[in-house]
Ligand binder design. Structure first.
Ligand code: BUP
Length: 469
């Protein structure tokens, strides 16, 4: 008997933080569940790494990538248009092609899976009566807050200064207001919240053992049961694999791996602030001094400071020809030549984190980076910069897998002494050892969740069966 092969479409907004987990989900549906998947990519302004990943010849045959037509938003931009507004404009323009793309797909699609920035797609899909699913590429904790947010917003009448210190999402661990403002509690998020009831289900890139309290609350707490909200499916951690890294390889990324091969086991700290993160010049300098004073080996994916690349850094995504060296303290590169490497291109992050010489990660706590670090058993130094990253950082500290350096002074800069302290504590101290143990424990639960019979595996398999029926 030939089994029915359901056809599912996956739509990702631009940026590796979204494309990577959605592509992993697409691969799993094809490889583990025998689906046919069409991956709809928004390639306008996309970083080269994204194009390389999606054009790879190693994708399974039943995974078909369609690049949606390029759009030109230049007439909508002003000198002050920020990166996120630009992405929103690109997505909106591109999605106007979606109805015709969807109607032409053969065989017709069974379901559509979208990431939160492609929310408009839900309305199109509804018009075609196509069941849609959201894939939130963040934590369950952020998902629960998103579901609770309209209630909270109404309670305080949109005035978040009326919230005392903590936000209590029913049944969940308390969240510190300071971690949520600015960047998380903002009225701009409401349209996304209001779209959640329109979907058939919400995928979350997490797993039971990582966020048991929150996942329990979302399923059982009366508040959540009373919402018109669809079921949640924890299916993570879906991260890119080591085998994907050669696809985005550059001369510099090769150099990085060769350099790591020459370092002793567990001796190197890896420093990267994601595709969107930049530090101020002053902060870069303190970080450099701190790394130097710690006398620890390091690889640093550095890009020019925020004063230089404030806007558009997302799209350049680490392809700054000049590199960051000229912004580092005088003589820094010479003095650290023997034990440090600074590069300014796209890094093979999973290959780096899984390398035997790497034992610590200074990270901006983007959710993908967090998952990759845990999946590779590497303890973190949390350095959140924007969006929900402080929430992620707090969770990691509470779980005992990260330390969070404290800024000082009016400009809230983390000083060199503090950098030296946290680097040493992760790489050398008893606290570092305990952290290593804890993160390896979590790594184990991640592997188990994804394996046959594991919770995330079962969660996706159950849904795949439903789609097949
Ligand atoms: Br930068 C960089 N190499 O040099 P996050 C990033 N990555 O492989 P972000 C590299 O991009 P959002 C590099 O491994 C991760 O999969 C990294 O996602 C990879 O942060 C991804 O960590 C970055 O979620 O995205 O870029 O800030 O804002 O969407 O969270």
């Amino acid at each position: 008997t030939t089994q029915k092969k359901p056809h599912v479409a996956v739509l990702a907004s631009p940026g590796m933080g979204h494309v990577t987990p959605l592509l992993e989900l697409a691969k799993r549906l094809v490889v583990d569940h025998g689906f046919q998947v069409t991956f709809l990519a928004i390639s306008t302004d996309a970083p080269p790494a994204q194009i390389q990943l999606l054009n790879s010849s190693t994708l399974p045959p039943d995974l078909h990538v369609i690049h949606l037509p390029h759009v030109d938003v230049s007439n909508l931009l002003t000198a002050s248009t920020g990166v996120s507004v630009r992405i929103i404009l690109v997505v909106r323009q591109t999605l106007s092609y979606l109805p015709s793309v969807i109607t032409n797909m053969q065989p017709p699609i069974q379901s559509l899976i979208v990431d939160p920035f492609c929310g408009q797609a839900l309305e199109f899909a509804a018009a075609f009566s196509i069941p849609t699913y959201l894939f939130l590429t963040t934590s369950a904790s952020f998902t629960a807050l998103t579901m609770y947010f309209p209630t909270l917003h109404a309670q305080v009448d949109g005035d978040y200064s009326r919230i005392a210190e903590k936000v209590l999402v029913p049944g969940c661990n308390p969240l510190l207001l300071d971690d949520l403002v600015p960047g998380v509690l903002m009225p701009e998020v409401l349209p996304l919240c209001n779209r959640i009831p329109l979907v058939k289900g919400v995928f979350i890139n997490t797993w039971e053992e990582l966020e048991p309290v929150t996942l329990g609350a979302v399923r059982k707490n009366p508040f959540f049961l009373g919402l018109p909200a669809p079921p949640v499916y924890p299916i993570g951690p879906l991260t890119k694999g080591n085998e994907d890294e050669p696809l985005t390889s550059t001369k510099e990324s090769q150099k990085m791996l060769t350099w790591l091969d020459k370092q002793p086991p567990d001796s190197v700290v890896y420093v990267s602030f994601g595709s969107g993160g930049t530090l101020s010049g002053e902060q870069m300098s303190e970080l450099a001094w701190g790394l130097e004073l710690s006398q620890t080996r390091f690889v640093w994916v550095a890009r020019p400071p925020s004063e230089v690349s404030a806007s558009g850094s997302f799209f350049k995504a680490g392809y700054d020809a000049e590199g960051a060296a000229s912004y580092l303290p005088d003589g820094f590169l010479d003095r650290t030549r023997e034990r440090g490497l600074v590069i300014s291109s796209w890094a093979p992050q999973v290959a780096v984190l899984s390398h035997g010489s790497v034992a610590g990660f200074v990270t901006h706590c983007g959710w993908n980076s967090v998952l990759e670090s845990i999946a590779q058993g590497v303890g973190m130094i949390a350095w959140p910069l924007y969006a929900e990253q402080s929430m992620n950082a707090r969770m990691l500290v509470d779980m005992g897998v990260a330390v969070w350096p404290k800024p000082a002074g009016e400009r809230a800069v983390v000083g060199r002494g503090e950098v030296e302290r946290v680097v040493r504590s992760v790489m050398e101290s008893e606290q570092g050892k305990a952290m290593r143990q804890k993160v390896i424990e979590l790594q184990g639960t991640a592997l188990k969740a994804l394996g046959l019979g594991g919770s995330s595996n079962a969660s996706l398999a159950g849904l795949a069966d439903e789609w097949r029926a």
